[in-house]
Write a protein that binds this ligand. Sequence first.
Ligand SMILES: Nc1ncnc2c1ncn2[C@@H]1O[C@H](COP(=O)(O)OP(=O)(O)OP(=O)(O)O)[C@@H](O)[C@H]1O
Length: 230
Amino acid sequence: MTLALDDLTVARGGQPVVRGVSLTAAAGQVTVLLGPNGAGKTTLLEAVSGVLPAAGGRIRLAGRDITSWSRPRRARQGLAHVEQGRAVFATLTVRENIRLVGPLDRALELFPELEKRLDVRAGLLSGGEQQMLVLGRAIVGGPSVLLLDEMSLGLAPAIVRRLLPVLRGLAAGGCAVLLVEQFAHAALTVADTAYVLAHGSLTYGGPPEPLRASDDALASAYLGTAPPRS
Ligand SMILES: Nc1ncnc2c1ncn2[C@@H]1O[C@H](COP(=O)(O)OP(=O)(O)OP(=O)(O)O)[C@@H](O)[C@H]1O
């Protein structure tokens, strides 16, 4: 299902921290939302999944206005939100963590690495294994829209390169993937569309190539300034 934000404003502590953002995360695509620390990326995802209310604008899922829907109602429509911080049930085993949400086979198809860890408590896994578990759990739930907040935070580049292609596979199955990342380069390699948020407003929206091709273009979008002329 396609997710569309139309002039979305979200406030924290009475101050708008996301200001008039319009973007589309299309079904079947990986959309990345980049931006510096504190730009408002987490706040935007929280408004989409219903953790925070919208202060203005509209959120649409497959054309339906869901702005006033509760978080559980959004989740029942297939909107999944993987929040920052690798939330696993630390005292349950990997097997139990997965079985709570869906079939074990599908998760192991995606991440065969987890097979030999099935009876280990999730809290004892490495950071990379925990993120595989978090992602595997989100995917076996069969989301139609998957929001991912800073999936790569604290992980080695080799692990990030292992995880990102899984998102491409998920999108190929029709899911709309919206990936929030502070560190742009790896995310841009799997993106169909990229947006940059700076100080709560979009400074770029379009194909990822210009941002991939030029660090100056990326830096300008992060700083919210016009790109330098060459
Ligand atoms: N609970 C809160 N109460 C008030 N202001 C907050 C709260 N959490 C975050 N903020 C402020 O809202 C703004 C946006 O924060 P947000 O976490 O959405 O940014 P971000 O782009 O996700 O950054 P990060 O990459 O650090 O998570 C920041 O200025 C931050 O200080």
